[in-house]
Design a protein around this ligand. Structure first.
Ligand SMILES: [Mn+2]
Length: 453
């Protein structure tokens, strides 16, 4: 995978938000042949669930927009795609969530629930065509029935018409609703708020409201199609970890393990990487930001492998800690089993109504009672979805949430780093581990590695 020149920006992601920060991989859309979805459908608990064959259907995106319209009442919302520079080569995740479109920088969706013409209550605005620029950034189409069908919108206009449409909507509704999260000082003001301010400067009597929770909580409660997409990403990720276990042996480079994982993702139909894989051996296993993946592994060391595939726009995120020689030493095993107990305790604490801090506390209690509390230096996990660190709805867990659970212990003086991470779906009855196919107990990891040639 190519290195992103924008990698540095993603490193701003801080550990106390939960989990380790990552660099995004450059993904290319790929056509997909459904193979593992039978098990996925059973996991999602859905009857009549059809296999997701590569992308989420238009109908689901339309349904999401309809729900936002309802939530807005009479207020007007705007969701921007932003630029690829702002989003590390992708569009804004909220724009993707509402449209499924990943290729249109500078686009936006106007949600105008009180428009008298129902076909204009949701309008997709695309930048005007620019044949010269489009030869560099991707060929684009004229507005017409073909483009409307392709994107699943009844009304598409050029962004040059947005000011007029937004002004008319503001006059009528008198309420502009912020849907994008507010920026944290000193980052730039979110694009919808910045735009709304320009409107209200020119038009007294129009209110700006905080509705930033609407899309955050919608995104956190995954639909069946979204659960299927994450499950498929998880199943592909399992194949990558199987490749890692086949490849790892004393003297094999961290990079070779990374390439084996990522090649397996591609072969299994991944859209790309959820983030740039971390493969850190020995002391590198204790470095949370480790990116180099350029050391040769040594017999007796542990390797932290943190990686995830992407499928239909949705991410998996898994960590396993593997012994280079195929077997854990006595000391490694002792610490590993405590981390695993901590992880199981946190997973058991995942249920509707539980706040993430209680899930974190469950893991921390296990580590502290083993005297390892000070070595668990990051959060227990994070929501997972369109983004590997998905929007945090800031509310207790509820059915449909998908979170990572990833306690770790890092002891640089012993060159010992251990992290175990699974992706957990919250269900009405509790939870389900979506990545359970990937060997995790000492016995299962050693058995899987013993099967190497
Ligand atoms: Mn994670």
């Amino acid at each position: 995978m190519g290195k992103s020149p924008r990698a540095a920006a993603t490193r701003r992601k801080v550990l106390h938000e939960g989990g380790t920060p990552r660099r995004r991989g450059a993904g290319k859309p790929a056509s997909v042949d459904a193979a593992v979805v039978g098990r996925s459908a059973a996991n999602a608990g859905g009857e009549g669930l059809t296999a997701l064959s590569g992308s989420i259907p238009h109908g689901e995106f339309m349904h999401r927009r309809e729900r936002v319209l309802k939530e807005l009442g009479k207020g007007v919302g705007l969701v921007f795609a932003g630029s690829w520079d702002d989003h590390h080569g992708e569009v804004d995740p909220f724009f993707f969530y509402l449209t499924g479109i990943s290729t249109e920088q500078g686009a936006c969706v106007l949600l105008d629930p009180t428009h008298e013409d129902p076909s204009k209550r949701v309008v997709l605005f695309l930048r005007p065509m620019n044949p010269e620029a489009d030869r560099w950034d991707g060929l684009r189409e004229e507005i017409g029935a073909g483009l409307r069908a392709k994107h699943g919108f009844r009304t598409i206009m050029r962004t040059t018409h947005l000011p007029m449409m937004l002004t008319a909507a503001a006059r009528r509704s008198k309420t502009l609703c912020c849907l994008h999260p507010f920026a944290v000082y000193p980052a730039a003001v979110s694009e919808d708020l910045a735009t709304f301010r320009k409107v209200t400067e020119r038009m007294p009597g129009v209110a700006i409201e905080d509705r930033t929770q609407v899309l955050a909580s919608m995104r956190a409660r995954k639909s069946r199609a979204e659960i299927l997409a994450v499950q498929r990403a998880a199943d592909i990720t399992a194949l990558g970890f199987a490749a890692a276990m086949r490849t790892l042996a004393p003297g094999v480079g961290e990079g070779a393990v990374q390439r084996a994982i990522e090649f397996a993702y591609g072969e299994a139909g991944a859209q790309g990487l959820a983030f740039g894989s971390i493969v850190g051996s020995g002391l590198n296993a204790t470095v949370l930001h480790y990116r180099a993946n350029n050391h040769d592994t040594k017999a007796g060391e542990l390797v932290v492998v943190d990686s995830g595939a992407k499928f239909a726009g949705y991410c998996a995120d898994v960590t396993r800690t593997l012994p280079v020689s195929g077997r854990f030493t006595r000391e490694q095993r002792a610490v590993y089993e405590v981390v695993l107990m901590a992880q199981e305790a946190a997973i058991a604490a995942c249920k509707p109504g539980a706040p993430m801090h209680k899930v974190d506390a469950a893991a921390r209690a296990v580590l502290e009672s083993a005297g390892l509390g000070d070595y668990f230096v990051h959060g227990i996990g994070h929501h997972l979805g369109i983004k590997v660190h998905d929007i945090d709805p800031k509310q207790p867990l509820e059915p449909g949430n998908i979170v990572t659970i990833e306690p770790g212990v890092y002891i640089p003086a012993k060159k010992l780093g251990i992290r175990i991470e699974d992706d957990v779906l919250i269900t009405s009855r509790g939870r389900e581990v979506m990545t359970r196919a990937i060997p995790k107990t000492v016995e299962d990891v050693e058995r899987a590695m013993a099967d190497r040639e």
